[in-house]
Design a protein around this ligand. Structure first.
Ligand code: SAM
Length: 488
């Protein structure tokens, strides 16, 4: 990838290449998305406004909540299975039938297709025929994990045979000399030899997915299923830890990219490749291992992350109530320092502490009482990224009508704390804001159901509910995976 920064149009080669990218992007959206929503107020290019290589730049102003882009997936596929305990989803309709219930496709491709209907689905016909010809090594009834994990790569062959194959050439590929695991495993688990050209396309497809794919969420049988989606136009959006967009997925699995912050003409349009509430070290680690770059955005440069102190650990010096933060958050070997007693802690000590802390935090179940005891016992900073993560798990997993009053109030407090962090980080109208506002709204409704409030108090709650409802609707409008049913 060309990481040079310069003015778009400085180099004739660059501007030709950018023209081609923009032509392909516009043609793709014209074909794949309804023309009414494919109008563009952005361009793909390089230059001083762009954080790396090519990026998407606004050609007009956008207000919070404005739709910037609706993109359609060029490839959607199930996530790769990493262990025998993991269950596949049907690669045609994406329901999760469970490992035991999963047979293989009646068409003989060795994929865990859930029903005859899916086996006979025209969308599955070409890949079924292709894989069958490769003679997958299965015992006739079991599905093949190797074929399943290669579905993404195999779907790249269809892209190569289609009208928008140019994206296989245009999109960034993960830089690696290592053989692609999915393709190597497929080769070992079929009786026929892969055609050289097919193998090449499959390898390119995997590298493109590694560099560009989004987590695509779909609802099946009331469960959220996480898939991989290649959205060829949105793929040109670079990362920022305070992105100015958010995205939802509609019923057709199209990605709706909206402005989460005001965006001005000439400004780069960004997304996030990590969790918004992870601390800088977690985000940096994720970006380096999965996308091979170090983010240097203004949030990453601020050890306190705009006062949220997500990375902070409590100081272990007796009688000191200070918090320890990295001196240089961009350097993983940086020394850490207590803000109060100024004691220095080496990165080795921090790493060893985090190694003990992570499994402990992961082992904590949903019970807030036990959770609070652990925080005290192990002297964990109550606003650290780990605690935020636990609060979020509790918010997502607990069912309001099953909670004791104490737990319900704890959930309310957790929602408010998360919303405060979202605000401090300046994340604007991000999806998390919509989802947490919706959860808080439901908690307040549950509280109203349980108590007989006086009219005056009720009116305050009604106003709060109405505000939360407005926020959730404006953020989650068109999101196929959330249901905002009740209008207060
Ligand atoms: C999905 S692509 C984004 C488009 C890419 N810039 C291009 O020219 O095709 C992801 C890649 O862009 C680069 N990138 C994205 N955001 C970045 C950032 N904030 N800092 C440095 N590199 C970034 C990284 O190389 C990353 O692997």
């Amino acid at each position: 990838m060309d990481r040079r920064r310069g003015t778009a149009g400085d180099r004739p080669d660059d501007s030709d290449a950018e023209d081609r990218v923009n032509r392909c992007a516009t043609a793709y959206l014209r074909d794949a998305v309804e023309p009414s929503v494919s109008a563009v107020g952005w361009t793909i290019g390089s230059g001083p406004a762009v954080s790396a290589g090519r990026g998407v730049v606004a050609t007009k102003d956008y207000a919070e909540g404005d739709v910037i882009l609706v993109d359609a997936p060029l490839i959607v596929s199930p996530r790769t299975l990493t262990g025998v305990a993991e269950s596949p989803v049907c690669p045609v309709c994406y329901v999760a039938p469970g490992l035991a219930a999963t047979g293989s496709c009646a068409g003989g491709c060795g994929l865990p297709v859930c029903s005859d209907r899916c086996s006979n689905d025209p969308a599955h016909a070409d890949e079924c025929r292709y894989v069958r010809r490769l003679r997958p090594k299965t015992d006739g009834s079991r599905w093949s994990a190797a074929v399943y994990n290669a579905v993404t790569a195999i779907r790249g062959l269809a892209v190569n045979g289609g009208a928008h194959k140019s994206f296989l050439d245009l999109l960034q590929k993960k830089f690696t000399d290592k053989p692609t695991v999915e393709v190597e495993e497929l080769k070992k688990n079929i009786s026929m030899k892969l055609e050289e050209e097919d193998e090449q396309i499959m390898t390119i497809t995997c590298k493109i997915m590694d560099a560009n794919c989004f987590e695509t969420i779909i609802t099946r049988n009331n469960k959220l299923i996480s898939l991989k989606g290649l959205y060829p136009v949105a793929s040109f959006m670079n990362h920022c830890c305070v992105p100015n967009t958010m995205h939802n997925f509609n019923e057709k699995l199209q990605m709706i990219v909206k402005a989460s912050l005001p965006i001005y003409k000439g400004q780069e349009i960004t997304t996030t490749y990590t969790h918004l509430l992870w601390s800088t070290s977690l985000r940096q680690n994720h970006l380096l291992t999965s996308k091979q770059f170090i983010c240097t955005c203004y949030r990453c440069c601020d050890a306190e992350e705009f006062g949220t102190e997500l990375a902070a650990l409590n100081c272990t010096v007796k009688n000191c109530s200070g918090r320890v933060l990295p001196v240089n958050p961009l350097n993983k070997f940086s020394v850490w320092q207590c803000k109060e007693c100024h004691k220095l802690v080496t990165s080795v000590e921090i790493t060893s502490l985090l190694k003990k802390l992570c499994p402990l935090m992961n082992s904590i179940q949903q019970c807030p009482k036990r959770f609070e005891t652990i925080l005290k016992t192990f002297n964990i900073y109550r606003n650290s990224t780990f605690v935020v993560d636990l609060r979020l798990k509790f918010i997502w997993k607990s069912k309001n009508n099953n909670l004791s009053l104490e737990e319900l109030l704890y959930k309310e407090k957790s929602c408010v704390e998360v919303l405060n962090i979202v605000q401090k980080l300046g994340l604007g109208q991000c999806r998390l804001l919509g989802l947490i506002s919706l959860e808080l709204l439901k908690v307040i409704e549950e509280k109203i159901d349980r108590f007989r409030w006086k009219t005056k108090t009720l009116n305050i709650f009604k106003e709060q509910i109405s505000n939360l409802y407005k926020i959730s609707v404006s953020v989650l409008d068109g999101d196929a995976n959330t249901s905002i049913t009740k209008k207060p």
